[in-house]
Write a protein that binds this ligand. Structure first.
Ligand code: TXA
Ligand code: MG
Length: 320
């Protein structure tokens, strides 16, 4: 299959209308989308990614009113978040409306809904005329794509269309919050922080292990480069024995780290936001460069640091 790379929203929307899948930019990461109401099209997403059918998709809308077609009910907390934070890098879990196929929600009676801040993503949804179900546009397990080139690394010749847009502004997937329970749980931390969400309700908690029923995606290895990812505390920096095949990403410039100056790949970030934004593209570049070990400096688990440590933790998991 030839993959069309286009900047034309109309052309990309045409694919969605014809029941095909399209990769498209958002402010978090690139998504791989299909018409939420077309089961055959949704299946193509799972097949292209090699994604397990028990891992549900996020449904993307272009306007807030569309949420009421997807959800059976929208509790007060969700309403407040939608009013104040949509469009943005945040996903709310709601009870689903019956018309939504269990294929999208992996058989759950809940649905994940997000309205991207990215204008090109919303233009695509508008022109397609339907909400778009979309996971991140990467092969299952690999780092999420933050540029259209990353999408092509995984799907050139496999999907019919990539809508080319700007690089992702945030580089980390949306924060996911479950609003269906009396105690609202953050299932996946992101650039919308726990602290931000506590301003809506003090009851909001981040649960590290929500269990596979609550968030099926959690049990899968994710975000992983081929290289081995090792997390270390800044105080205990590692010895580098093979600098040509070792990489470093973090906030500290280790001038005294033995072998540090010889490292082939290193990325010293100025802030946690930059660390989060560049993490996945750094992972992908390391794989291209034949890096074997990526040392990642740990950061404080607060603000966006919580999302960074979550992704690093998942990237170090072995198995699937
Ligand atoms: O930023 C993002 O969220 C990107 C862009 C494309 O919007 N999408 C994304 O999708 O990261 P994906 O499929 O890679 O991650 C969706 C996460 C998974 O962990 C999945 O298990 C969870 O959301 N999820 C989806 N529906 C759910 C539901 N009904 N209940 C609990 N978790 C759900
Ligand atoms: Mg993903």
């Amino acid at each position: 299959m030839k993959t069309l790379v286009t900047e034309s929203v109309a052309k990309a929307a045409g694919f969605i209308k014809r029941g095909e899948i399209v990769a498209f930019p958002t402010e978090t990461v690139y998504g791989l989308g299909a018409n939420v109401y077309n089961g055959e099209a949704v299946k193509k997403i799972y097949n292209a990614k090699g994604r397990a059918f028990d891992n549900p998709l996020i449904v993307h809308v272009a306007s807030k009113v569309d949420i009421y077609d997807l959800a059976a009910e929208v509790p007060k907390l969700a309403r407040d978040i939608i009013n104040e934070m949509f469009p943005g890098p945040i996903t709310v879990i709601l009870r689903k409306n019956e018309i939504i196929s269990g294929l999208v929600t992996a058989g759950l009676d809940t649905i994940a809904v997000r309205m991207p801040a990215s204008k090109i993503a919303r233009d695509l949804i508008n022109q397609a005329g339907v909400p778009i179900a979309a996971p991140s546009a990467n092969l299952s397990g690999s780092p999420s794509p933050t540029t259209f080139k990353h999408v092509l690394e995984d799907f050139e010749g496999v999907i019919p269309c990539v809508l080319k847009g700007p690089d992702a502004k945030h580089g980390l997937e949306s924060t996911v919050i479950d609003c269906t329970t009396s105690l609202p749980h953050i299932l996946r931390p992101g650039v919308v922080t726990v602290e931000d969400l506590r301003s809506f309700s003090k009851m909001v908690e981040y649960v590290q292990n929500p269990g596979k029923v609550k968030s099926p995606g959690i049990k899968y290895r994710h975000y992983s480069p081929k290289a081995k990812v090792k997390i270390f505390d800044s105080g205990k920096h590692p010895e580098v024995s093979d600098p040509d095949r070792t990489a470093y990403i973090g906030l500290t410039h280790f001038t005294k780290l033995k072998g540090f100056s010889k490292l082939k790949s290193k990325l010293v970030c100025k802030s946690p936001a930059e660390y989060g934004k560049k993490l996945f593209s750094f992972f992908r570049r390391c794989d291209m460069d034949g890096i074997k070990i990526i040392y990642c400096e740990s950061v404080e688990e607060q603000g966006i640091g919580l999302a960074i440590m979550n992704r690093l933790g998942r990237a170090t998991k072995t198995g699937s």
